[in-house]
Design a protein around this ligand. Structure first.
Ligand code: SF4
Ligand code: MG
Length: 295
């Protein structure tokens, strides 16, 4: 992506739209996420050059190319380590991570717990369509058991990964779920996730209209979805959030499962503190290098 020059505030949605052709299938749920991100970013009062969007590989991972924020479509499953590096080097940047279920919870699954336990201030949007769309419809880590896909002609014999329970288990401070069936609700949880000072995870049930199952399409989601706030869920109750998250794939709860009412220090803030505290003890470069001189 080409470098942007500084753009005077206030920004508008147009400032985040590119002239790139969006190559998702018409009706793909990923359009809803792109649209909400483009709508939201200019409202945050942050210069455009301070936004970064990082993804892995997959249909949904094309999203950085469809906004004018800095960022890139990186390596399969490696969006989180790259995003953590960017945030640690430049804590003033607002870093969004976005990508699919296969990218995040299969190829990149090993990175998720570490980003969470470090509590780097990132917003991770999982565009969860329960399929590998870009490679034409194979079983993904979140596909329901029994799914008939290009790689499981007789139906999957595996239980799916539960991304909500997974991130709650590792202690993510903000965990929410949305769907394009409720655009206002989706906008709300993305904004709140961005504003949460720590690692935020947003699972978006983003239908794949080309390879996805009927059960995951918008018409079904509209019937099925239940807003957590209408159920009177206490978002500060992590154990209750985990109980509700167990229904992933069975019920479709939307809204905030959990928001830590007392967010702990972020990794980048702790790191800066440590650097400051150790600054006075730094040895001169010559003294360090002298240890490696032959005696
Ligand atoms: Fe979206 Fe599925 Fe088309 Fe990929 S294949 S763009 S996920 S609808
Ligand atoms: Mg997918």
């Amino acid at each position: 992506m080409s470098r942007q020059s500084e753009t005077p505030l206030p920004l508008s949605r147009k400032d985040f739209e590119t002239d790139q052709e969006v190559r998702w299938c018409p009706g793909c749920g990923d359009f809803a996420i792109l649209s909400q991100v483009q709508k939201l970013l200019p409202t945050l009062g942050i210069p455009r050059e301070n936004f970064v969007v990082i993804s892995g590989i997959g249909c949904s991972s094309r999203i950085p190319g469809y906004t004018t924020a800095y960022g890139f479509n990186s390596v399969h499953g490696r969006a989180l380590p790259i995003a953590q590096g960017i945030k640690l080097a430049h804590p003033e940047l607002l870093v969004l991570v976005a990508g699919g279920d296969g990218d995040g919870f299969s190829i990149g699954g090993g990175h998720v717990p570490h980003a969470i336990r470090r509590n780097v201030d990132l917003t991770y949007i999982l565009m969860d369509n329960q399929i590998y769309g870009l490679t034409k419809g194979q079983l993904s880590p979140t596909s329901p058991r029994g799914s008939k896909t290009a790689s499981t002609a007789h139906g999957s014999l595996e239980d799916p990964v539960n991304p909500l329970l997974y991130v709650l288990g590792y202690g993510a401070g903000y965990v929410a779920q949305g769907t394009p069936a409720d655009m206002a609700g989706l906008a709300e949880i993305i904004e709140e996730g961005i504003r949460y000072p720590g690692f935020a995870f947003i699972n978006v049930q983003s239908p794949c209209v080309t390879f996805g199952e009927e059960e995951q399409q918008l018409s079904v989601q509209k019937q099925k979805m239940q807003k957590l706030k209408d159920l009177g869920h206490d978002r500060s109750d992590r154990l209750r959030a985990m109980a509700l998250a167990q229904e992933y794939g069975i019920k479709l709860y939307t809204g905030v499962f959990y928001r830590n009412p007392d967010p702990p220090m972020t990794y980048e803030a702790a790191w800066r503190d440590l650097q400051k505290n150790l600054a006075g003890q730094a040895k001169p470069a010559g003294e360090i290098l002298s240890q490696f001189q032959p005696s």
